[in-house]
Write a protein that binds this ligand. Structure first.
Ligand code: CA
Length: 475
């Protein structure tokens, strides 16, 4: 740790001792029954101390990534969606919202691999979901040793690192988050678990504490929120990287007041889609929202608010139970609804409040952005596919003139989108047709030819030096 950081740490510790002492002296000097004025003065003293702690925090920022699972663009009120989520609204009101932010995958594992490595997930050999079924093709696969994760880089910068929630990057303990840059872990490795019994889709218990399976009572989303808040409360002197990886609103559809439906080894309904699924879905989203409020308050309480960057987004679009309005398609598809997700960045000392930007950006940008902010050099090997959006977040002009690719069957080139559907290329101008309804391929053959060539070049590029998995996927 650098000496200026040590100085700040020491100063914080001195303040932590002196401020309560000042309050005691102030209280003792006053009358035995506190006047309203004295109470206000006391509160102000505490506020000033807290603000001083915050403004003194000039060292590397804390970084919190809050990832929702299958939350669609039209699911929450901040993007004009259906569930009123006041804490997510507050996050946006105090930060920046990006309206053209995309995940690199259209299902869970791929986006998570891309997020943690800053490279298209195909390079890591994780183009699809890693399945819970032990006889499934990809069950033995995971995030291999050779991958460099953003958590590993931050560990080298003396960050404390933790993940609470869904991993979904390998079932074998070999692929544990603790082998991939995280100091602490509580959560599950599968794509989904029963929110109460923590049984995965293949009937196995799946709730871990670091490297051990751990029976723990509680509703998964609340547990993840509580772990995050406790972690923030205990982290004061060292910068931290906290990955809050929610299960919700991914199935099984269970709200906080429901009960367990899966039992180990027994038959069960995977979706639990009985009763009023829409009401349950809403409750699941609200519990994420509640946790975001708790996280912001924990940061304020501990004087870490100003120097903490929060990034909030989803790992892919919603399925048919959710909403991706106004965009077309669902999770698993390469229409905008499959990968265009809500995104908010909040960092009170750096990011202008209540701002909205429309620059094209990607979950692949998260790792290079964090590296840029922390001052970790970006080197050529391994080359990252994302690029830093820190200047955009600071309020500078961003760059939308870029290309993004999905699974070799879709690409964005600025506002142009090409989708290969039913074996045919279809072309859309999203600036006038965000719903991808008006195919312009016949009137723009040159554009189609160029974008198809770009997709072929992308496929050739990601096939170079692709990480080998124990079970190779059919080409
Ligand atoms: Ca997902």
């Amino acid at each position: 740790m650098s000496s200026p950081r040590k100085l700040v740490t020491d100063l914080c510790q001195i303040l932590l001792v002196l401020v309560p002492m000042a309050i005691i002296v102030f209280t003792a000097a006053g009358c035995s029954e506190k006047s309203e004025q004295a109470k206000n003065a006391e509160a102000n003293t505490a506020d000033v101390a807290r603000k001083e702690l915050d403004t003194e925090s000039k060292g590397p920022p804390n970084i919190i990534v809050i990832l929702a699972d299958d939350l669609g663009y039209g699911d929450i009120s901040v993007t004009g969606g259906r569930v009123k989520t006041p804490n997510i609204e507050r996050l946006a009101a105090e930060g920046m919202r990006l309206t053209d932010f995309h995940t690199s995958g259209v299902v869970c594992s791929p986006t998570r691999a891309g997020l943690l490595t800053g490279r298209y997930q195909q390079r890591a050999g994780i183009p699809g979901v890693i399945v819970a079924d032990p006889s499934g093709l990809t069950h033995e696969n995971g995030l291999q040793d050779r991958e460099i994760t953003v958590a590993e880089l931050l560990q080298k910068e003396a960050y404390d690192t933790a993940i609470f929630g869904k991993w979904h990057l390998g079932y074998d303990p070999l692929y544990s988050p603790l082998n991939n840059g995280f100091d602490k872990y509580a959560g599950f490795v599968a794509g989904n678990i029963d929110y109460f019994s923590h049984i995965d889709q293949s009937g196995k218990h799946d709730w871990w504490r670091d490297r051990e399976l751990n029976v723990e009572q509680g509703y998964a989303t609340s547990l993840i929120n509580d772990y995050a808040v406790k972690y923030i409360e205990q982290s004061r002197s060292t910068p931290f990287f906290l990955y809050v990886s929610h299960a919700a609103p991914h199935y099984p559809y269970q709200g906080p007041d429901d009960s367990a439906e899966r039992q180990a080894g027994a038959q069960f309904e995977v979706y639990s889609a009985d009763g009023d699924v829409q009401a349950t879905y809403r409750e699941m989203v609200l519990e994420i929202d509640r946790g975001i409020g708790d996280i912001m308050r924990a940061l304020e309480r501990t004087g870490q608010d100003k120097n903490t960057l929060i990034l909030f987004f989803s790992d892919n679009g919603a399925n048919e139970y959710g909403s991706n309005a106004p965009y077309r398609g669902y999770k698993t598809t390469v229409w905008e609804g499959g990968h265009r997700v809500p995104f908010i960045a909040r960092w009170p000392s750096k990011i202008p409040a209540d701002t909205v930007r429309s620059q094209l950006s990607s979950s692949l940008d998260v790792m290079p952005t964090i590296m840029d902010i922390v001052g970790i050099p970006i080197v050529d090997a391994p080359a990252l596919d994302g690029s830093s959006i820190a200047p955009l977040l600071y309020g500078e002009r961003g760059n939308s003139n870029r290309q993004l690719y999905w699974n070799g069957v879709a690409m964005r080139d600025g506002d142009w989108k090409l989708v290969i559907a039913d074996g045919k290329p279809k072309l859309f101008d999203l600036s006038s047709d965000p719903g991808e309804l008006n195919d312009l391929s016949t009137s723009n053959p040159q554009m189609v030819t160029e974008m198809l060539a770009a997709i072929r070049a992308w496929q050739a590029d990601i096939s170079t030096d692709m990480t080998q998995q124990p079970v190779p996927l059919p080409q």
